[in-house]
Design a binder for this molecule. Structure first.
Ligand SMILES: C[S@@+](CC[C@H](N)C(=O)[O-])C[C@H]1O[C@@H](n2cnc3c(N)ncnc32)[C@H](O)[C@@H]1O
Length: 129
């Protein structure tokens, strides 16, 4: 079955929210984010969203969480190291929201997760390989 939603982004949002709400009720046990959440309207989110429009990557809620994390440590000095930047979507969101003038160090293997070597350890000190 094909379902189409027409209208403004807000109208489409309300439509898809109602669909998700019905499904969450039918299957039970799901927490559904409510529409009173205004995070998508935060200026620092909107600005980054526009900059990153053509950049594929992690979903919007995760981008906002990253931005919130950074803003919550605005009083803490230090650089940022991001491991796994891919096309840089998360980076754009972080840079746009950061309240400090920080140095960013961006890393990516561009080959996915590497096999653990003999130097890699588990949290309890055991070898990771
Ligand atoms: C989920 S994607 C990152 C998404 C990205 N942050 C974004 O905003 O869309 C994970 C990335 O981590 C990289 N990666 C995985 N293992 C790695 C490693 N051991 N060292 C460096 N990069 C790694 C992958 O190549 C991939 O680009």
């Amino acid at each position: 079955m094909a379902v189409l939603a027409f209208g403004s982004p807000e109208k489409k949002g309300r439509f898809w929210h109602s669909v998700a709400k019905r499904k969450a009720k039918r299957y039970g046990g799901f927490h559904l984010y409510t529409q009173h959440m205004v995070w998508k309207k935060q200026p620092f989110f909107r600005e980054a969203f526009e900059k990153a429009r053509a950049v594929a990557g992690i979903p919007d809620p995760r981008c906002f969480v990253l931005q919130s994390c950074l803003r919550s440590v605005a009083r803490v000095e230090g650089d940022v190291a991001e491991c796994g930047v891919r096309q840089g979507r998360s980076t754009i969101f972080m840079l746009t929201a950061d309240l400090r003038d920080r140095q960013y160090h961006l890393f990516d293997s561009f080959e996915g997760l590497s096999e653990p070597s003999s130097e890699d350890r588990m949290h309890n000190g055991a070898h990771g390989n």
